[in-house]
Design a protein around this ligand. Structure first.
Ligand SMILES: Nc1ncnc2c1ncn2[C@@H]1O[C@H](COP(=O)(O)OP(=O)(O)OP(=O)(O)O)[C@@H](O)[C@H]1O
Length: 315
């Protein structure tokens, strides 16, 4: 659990605080994505959590302990940190880079070797192929994987990620996001993430927190924000297509049993947005589902109403 309580940062000479009275909790084993315009205080907030930036005021607790009380270097060893430029040591091998924290923690050599192999494999890098390479001998996506492997090496309960996939192309990016998401869930890490990319926030964040001028304006599951933005600023930030974005988060469940719809059934993982796309592509008012039954246009419309209660698409 990461708990920020009234956390603030005021830079010397600045006319307003970069972060002002920010209170936010990330429950254990969940992830929260910080989003907001450039300069809204996302990176400052993240870096206050591992004290690369010392807060000017407020409280910070990690796993119930006062994280502002002890030594920041010790704190950082217990927190994985992934940044866009990865920040690998260029003259060290992948294995040596990944071993950084376990070595600082004083693990025995055999344990370090085993752990390096384990986290490389977890992040989709075959140790036999990659362990001895230098960072410049890797693709951007592979470097990013090494960055994640390095952050996981010491098995920290908390992970901070600042634009973790910003430097890789969109195709690699989507695959990495899926894989890392699966991995972090499997390992039950508590994750605070900064991103410019709303889709990434929605995909990776159990909750999304919107910042504006250093203040928290809305916090909750992406689906709730897309359905009910707190104000015009959040609505505009989420985009005029926010209703479509929300449909992409809602599973297409059979809303009616009659097999009126024709055409190829949608697979079980299909969302209401997929159902709508299929209707538009087929010029049909309804589409069948592989699991049986069908979804009709009116079901999509009723689910897209922000006040739609219960499980959307279900009657
Ligand atoms: N070291 C610093 N000294 C003075 N001001 C700073 C420093 N670092 C950040 N700031 C200021 O604090 C504010 C918040 O910056 P921050 O980097 O947290 O924003 P951000 O939301 O992460 O922006 P971006 O999306 O552009 O990365 C900005 O006004 C920035 O100019």
């Amino acid at each position: 659990m990461i708990e920020l309580e009234g956390l603030s940062k005021r830079w010397p000479g600045a006319d307003r605080a970069a972060v002002e009275g920010l209170s936010l909790s990330v429950p254990e084993g969940t992830s929260c994505a910080l989003i907001g315009p450039s300069g809204s205080g996302k990176s400052t907030t993240l870096r206050m959590v591992n004290r690369l930036i010392e807060p000017s005021g407020g409280r910070l607790r990690i796993a119930g302990k006062d994280a502002l009380a002890g030594d920041p270097v010790t704190l950082r060893r217990g927190i994985g940190y992934v940044i866009q430029e990865v920040g690998l040591f260029p003259h060290r091998s992948v294995a040596e880079n990944v071993a950084t924290v376990p070595r600082l923690l004083g693990w025995p050599e055999a344990r370090i070797r085993a752990r390096v192999e384990e986290v490389l494999a977890l992040t989709g890098l075959d140790p036999a192929r990659f362990a001895a390479r230098r960072p410049h001998q890797l693709s951007g996506g592979e470097r990013q994987r090494v960055g994640v492997a390095r952050a996981l090496a010491g098995d920290p309960p908390v992970l901070l990620m600042d634009e973790p996939f910003g430097a890789v192309d969109p195709v690699v990016r989507a695959r990495l996001q899926e894989e890392v998401l699966r991995l972090l869930k499997q390992l039950r890490k508590t994750v605070l993430l900064v991103t410019h990319d709303l889709e990434e926030a929605v995909r990776l964040g159990d909750a999304v927190a919107v910042l504006r001028d250093g203040r928290l304006v809305q916090h909750g599951p992406a689906e709730a924000l897309l359905a009910r933005p707190a104000d015009d600023f959040v609505a505009e930030f989420l985009g005029s297509d926010r209703a479509l974005k929300r449909l992409a988060l809602l599973p297409a469940r059979a809303a009616r049993q009659e097999a009126a719809a024709t055409g190829t059934p949608l697979p079980p993982e299909a969302t209401l947005r997929d159902a709508l796309s299929a209707m538009l592509a087929r010029g049909a008012q309804a589409v069948p589902l592989a699991e049986g039954g069908s979804v009709a246009l009116e079901d999509v419309l009723s689910a897209s109403r922000p006040d739609a209660a219960g499980t959307p698409g279900q009657r």
